[in-house]
Design a protein around this ligand. Structure first.
Ligand SMILES: [Zn+2]
Length: 320
């Protein structure tokens, strides 16, 4: 693990927002710390794993089992929608496409059926092999930083839930920009820190992600690396964005434009206020459940508890 500066603005002025141990995605006993940059609002792990630590993890430990039928069916639905959204914003209908972190290659397989010339990179060896054998795709099992392609080669590069795993998002976008043709497109989805998919933020910060983007910090990263935003949308717990390669690299006033620091802290407030005395809270919830069942009987009690879980508690926790 190694200390780092903010990948977006370079500042070292940050606030610690989460710290936990025994995370199965990190070496045992490592204190996993998450910070928010006070200058530009980027949320990131600090310290971060070294290249070697990440390589060992993604090559062998991250995904151990081959994809199930259920996984393939659900990813086919997601990928169809992903391509439809892309097509609704972009005129281009075929060309050369690279999917970075392509998993078993389901998205590429769909693109191939629509006439695209497809390329993939996937560090999990078994997944890359699966895509090569089942779909006859061109997938390299390696890390992005070790991949080699010609300059100005691709029309489109996609990264679905990948950028948040990388050690250096700025470097990644600059490397990909180099492989894109002039006016080439980059299409990215990442989890949205402003709409976390876990009610308990303690669980949200457990896991393999090294960066936690908001629509604004992702937009600033695009601007910084020379991509013009073609489309941006917040969908469920994610942000999706399409950018067009531009020659010039934008100048950014990070302390003024990175303005979602307050929003992020507000989102985290629930955790500070209620989650730290978590044990006490869980005991109270357990007691309330018992009382409801005692009073209304098991069947009716369960219905009431489920209703409270789905509506009331969610509202309290997420503030929506
Ligand atoms: Zn920053």
């Amino acid at each position: 693990m190694k200390k780092v500066s903010c990948n977006l603005c370079g500042s070292n002025n940050y606030v610690l927002i989460d710290s936990h141990k025994n995370d199965k995605y990190f070496p045992p006993d490592v204190e996993v710390k998450t910070v928010v940059c006070k200058n530009c609002s980027l949320v990131y792990r600090n310290p971060q794993p070294t290249k070697r630590e990440l390589f060992d993890f993604y090559s062998h430990s991250y995904r151990k089992d081959l994809p199930t039928k259920k996984y393939i069916t659900s990813s086919n639905i997601i990928n169809k929608e992903r391509l439809e959204w892309f097509n609704s914003h972009v005129k281009l209908r075929c060309g050369k496409i690279l999917d970075v972190g392509c998993s078993t290659g389901n998205f590429l397989n769909l693109c191939k059926s629509k006439g695209w010339e497809t390329y993939g990179i996937e560090p999990t060896i078994e997944y890359a092999k699966f895509g090569r054998e089942k779909y006859k795709l061109n997938i390299q099992s390696r890390f992005l930083e070790d991949a080699r392609f010609q300059k100005s080669f691709f029309d489109v590069i996609t990264l679905f839930q990948v950028l948040e795993h990388s050690r250096n998002p700025t470097k990644v976008l600059l490397q990909l920009k180099n492989w894109l043709k002039p006016n080439g497109l980059i299409y990215i989805t990442v989890p949205n820190i402003l709409k976390p998919d876990k009610i308990e933020l303690a669980k949200y910060f457990a896991g393999p992600h090294l960066f936690f983007f908001s629509p604004n910090t992702l937009s600033l990263l695009f601007k910084k690396t020379g991509f013009e935003i073609v489309a941006l949308e917040e969908i469920k717990y994610y942000v999706r964005i399409i950018g067009k390669k531009r020659g010039k690299i934008g100048k950014i006033n990070f302390d003024k434009e990175g303005d979602d620091y307050k929003k992020i802290m507000r989102n985290l407030k629930w955790r500070y206020t209620y989650l730290i005395p978590k044990l006490l809270y869980l005991k109270v919830v357990k007691l309330i459940k018992k009382l409801i069942i005692l009073f209304f009987g098991e069947a009716m009690g369960d219905k009431i508890i489920n209703f409270l879980k789905q509506s009331l508690f969610r509202k309290i926790k997420t503030g929506k």
